[in-house]
Design a binder for this molecule. Structure first.
Ligand code: 6R9
Length: 563
């Protein structure tokens, strides 16, 4: 087992409490950090790149790219030159302020460069998830009549141009190509490595991310350059980024986490960002952590659960001593996973909560604060959270209801593209409270406990049961690898608790085992929440982009099966 001592508590972290002293915190206190505070000139790309070069940090590594066979670095100076070249090419082909530029690329420095180049000239960047198929690509570009796309030849067969009539120019990152497309790398090689930044307003569009609601086509969430205020500050407070850090966010920019905390926040904070180009495997991930000497690591529960299932033997082959801070987002972080982190790495995994629409973290476990496993942490300074009942009244501690955020904060979405009605739906009780669509309760200390999405709540014999608590208990059982819990319609009880489980290797789905698992929940949690039905599955359905367990899908399959 790896042993290590925790970093000293005081002085080692970017403590958020420092901002809480004296006058109440307001986001305006962060403004002087940015060059626009002095100059009035706003642009995210400038604050991410140029500014560090101007401040003498040009030789510092900005991007460190790994695959199983390659390794490549870009200093801040090199990144600046590359972004400038690409932005000159984009400009030469007509891209201008306010245009949508979609970026459909694998995890690679080109993805960062493409995004920053578009932003530098005032365009709105739309990163598309690398595993999207034809339909997903088409729906998104068509929704906002996108004219420009940066992609590569390997992805191009998933772009059906006949069905995307608005598309004017396709740039590819391949050097040689046929046809009318533009090789952005080839033209960039000959382009000037200096470029003018297009200055924008704090509220001008920066990026668009599509969220899939439970019904209908995905909605385009548009964010503005103003987001940098909260993205920089949460990078400091929550990710705890500091001068010497090597930081790795495992998400692709097509998921909002990969854009905000994979591109913007680390660059705003001037640290070294690791990009891993290969597919997930426990070995390759541990290898990246070791080889790049990652100090701060941001990933998702589904990945941590996979690493946990791989076992300590693999983990112990690697030297992971450079790690000092680990974070999680996207799904409930099961206490079992936190305990795994403590046991194997002697580090606590810090949960964070936010959404595409919120633009940055709002609730988090700050590095210096006590973690309560099972809780997502507390609202960060500048953010006020409440739990409301169905009438919009504030509920006391301990009561589960709608998780609500006091409006507004710097990184709240600017608009839902061409859908004011959808935007308004986040404020059903008036403009004061943003409603997340999540259910939660607060404890006496203000810690937020996630209970599920509003539509995931189980009502059994009048008891409201949050699926997450049951899932977390189930996953503590040694046979259980992954789990999804739903409410199954029942004529007597309204709903019963049903669990879908994937088993660890070496376990069968025998009745004895399932009974033992059921008992484990009865004893460990409560009789009425123990799953009445358990179904063993090979794999759980998950969202493509962020790997969230799709309880909705489980429910649908279950109803279909029941006929
Ligand atoms: C960043 C991101 C948002 C939804 C959110 C909630 C779930 C996110 C979570 C979490 C439990 C956490 N979620 N963080 N649930 N604990 N720490 O994930 O954005 O893809 O838009 O999803 O994800 O349900 O409402 P997005």
């Amino acid at each position: 087992m790896t042993t290590r001592t925790l970093p000293p508590k005081c002085g080692a972290y970017n403590v958020a409490e420092e901002w809480m002293e004296g006058e109440p915190f307001s986001w305006e206190r962060v403004h002087p950090v940015f060059s626009w505070y002095q100059t009035g000139n706003v642009n995210m790309a400038y604050e991410c790149v140029d500014r560090h070069v101007e401040e003498g940090k040009g030789d510092k590594i900005a991007l460190h790219y790994f695959t199983e066979s390659e390794e490549e670095t870009y200093t801040y100076k090199e990144l600046q030159q590359e972004v400038n070249r690409w932005s000159n090419v984009l400009k030469a082909h007509g891209v201008k302020k306010g245009d949508f530029v979609f970026v459909f690329l694998p995890k690679h420095p080109y993805c960062h460069i493409a995004m920053l180049a578009a932003i530098k000239i005032g365009a709105v960047v739309g990163p598309l998830f690398e595993a999207f198929m034809e339909e997903a690509v088409k729906d998104r570009i068509n929704d906002c009549d996108g004219e420009y796309l940066i992609t590569d030849l390997k992805f191009l067969d998933r772009v059906n141009r006949d069905e995307i009539p608005s598309l004017k120019t396709v740039f590819t990152t391949d050097f040689e190509l046929a046809g009318s497309d533009v090789s952005i790398t080839k033209e960039a090689a000959e382009a000037d490595d200096t470029a003018d930044t297009v200055w924008v307003d704090l509220d001008d569009g920066l990026n668009i991310h599509y969220t899939s609601g439970s019904t209908g086509k995905p909605k385009g969430i548009i964010h503005a350059h103003r987001n940098m205020i909260q993205q920089y500050q949460t990078g400091r407070w929550v990710l705890d980024l500091k001068e010497g850090d090597v930081y790795w966010c495992t998400a692709h920019p097509g998921w909002v986490t990969g854009t905000v905390y994979g591109v913007f926040a680390p660059l705003l904070n001037g640290v070294t960002t690791v990009i891993h180009g290969s597919r997930f495997s426990a070995k390759s991930w541990y290898q990246v952590l070791e080889q790049a000497k990652v100090s701060v690591w941001y990933s998702a529960p589904t990945a941590y659960r996979m690493l946990m299932a791989e076992g300590d033997k693999t983990l112990n082959k690697y030297n992971l001593y450079s790690l000092r801070h680990i974070l999680s987002v996207g799904e409930p972080l099961n206490p079992e996973v936190i305990h795994w982190g403590e046991r194997t790495l002697n580090l606590r995994i810090h949960d964070t909560w936010w959404m595409t629409e919120t633009g940055a973290q709002l609730v988090a476990n700050l590095p210096t604060r006590t973690i309560k496993p099972g809780s997502m942490g507390r609202p960060i300074p500048g953010i006020e959270v409440a739990v409301l009942d169905d009438n919009g009244e504030i509920l006391p501690a301990g009561k589960t209801g709608h998780l609500a955020i006091k409006s507004s904060w710097p990184s709240l979405m600017k608009e839902v593209w061409k859908n004011q009605e959808k935007f308004n739906s986040y404020f059903p009780y008036g403009p004061e409270w943003y409603i997340a669509g999540d259910l939660a309760y607060l404890d006496e200390d203000g810690y937020v406990f996630f209970q599920g999405r509003s539509d995931d709540m189980i009502n059994s014999s009048g008891e409201r049961i949050g699926p997450f608590e049951v899932e977390s208990k189930l996953i503590e059982h040694e046979a259980v690898k992954e789990v999804g819990v739903i409410g199954k319609p029942d004529p007597v009880r309204g709903e019963i608790v049903k669990a879908f489980i994937a088993l660890n290797p070496g376990y069968d789905g025998s009745e004895e085992l399932l009974e033992e698992i059921r008992l484990f929940v009865r004893k460990g949690l409560a009789a009425h929440v123990a799953p009445k039905e358990i179904e063993v599955v090979e794999e759980l359905p998950k969202t493509q982009i962020s790997g969230k367990v799709l309880r909705r899908e489980l429910k649908k399959r279950d109803t279909e099966k029941a006929g």
